[in-house]
Design a protein around this ligand. Sequence first.
Ligand SMILES: Cc1ncc(COP(=O)(O)O)c(C=O)c1O
Length: 339
Amino acid sequence: MLKIDLRSDTVTRPSQAMLNAMISSPVGDDVWGDDPTILKLEAMVAERFGTEKALFCVSGTQANQIALMSHLSPGDEVICHPYAHIYNYEGGGIAANAHASVTFTGDNRGIMHPEGVLGCIKADDVHYPKSRVLALENTSNKGGGTCYEWEEIEALRAVASKHGLTFHLDGARLYNALVAKNQSENDYGTAFDSISICLSKGLGAPVGSVLLGSEEFIHHSRRIRKRIGGGWRQAGLLAGAAIYALENNVDRLAEDHAAAKDMAEFLAQQSWVKNVVAPETNILIFGLNEDMDQEAFIATLAEKGIGISQMGPGKCRMVFHLDITPAGIKKVKEALASI
Ligand SMILES: Cc1ncc(COP(=O)(O)O)c(C=O)c1O
């Protein structure tokens, strides 16, 4: 078993305090609409973001895919970044679930820009797919936990509004961006038509994501969630963990960001490291010199009980989260220094 698991922030275990919150959460049957803790979570997140409604979902993938199925008709097109999780890591869901096509634009930090988006929008011509959804990811996972400036979001919102595109945000790690950039939940809730947020990443809940949007959109999304088997019953136990995470684990994300920055500085001093992407939040991406084998490097660390992951060639990834202690970081540095 990996003792220091930097593969992802999805690996966190619920703390004793979170477990206590879970077992003391009253439950009902959510398909019947009467699980009080789920209702409380959905109302709480909708209030924070100023959206009409929220829907508690099993995972970030499920929340994104429900949103896309809700927004898209067969033959429509999604404009997203080539690094986008919705395209690369959701099992081909855009095609399989929404029967839609995809087109890409964006820079090597995982960030999209208005001029690129404008270049993707198709004329209304029977030859082309119909440009329908503009989907952002903040923070960008494959980009290295990078975040948008608020002005960039506003500019993209303006493009979406002008061209009739639905504006979706994969906000799996939106709270990291909010903390790093000191941005407001309410601004995001106003700018986007739909947002998915994960509670089970840096916020430390064992399971769960929330999808946000208008009453009509969430009503439709609830139907889709049921259709794909995501109608759950006494999941208030999980909503209890999510509420605990939102009440206790947001501000501390800054500690993970500081840990990623500190490790980036350490890695930059190692002779076998080719490049380090300066981290903006809790994700640290770095590449190895040509004479180093990426898979063997990851395996060597795993033998020492240290888990890291990769996102393609030249992209080793460490993700910092609430189960990574200062003592663990010291051990990781010792192991890296001995490479
Ligand atoms: C940016 C992004 N979106 C969505 C997801 C999907 O979340 P889940 O693993 O809960 O399906 C992830 C998971 O790592 C992610 O990084």
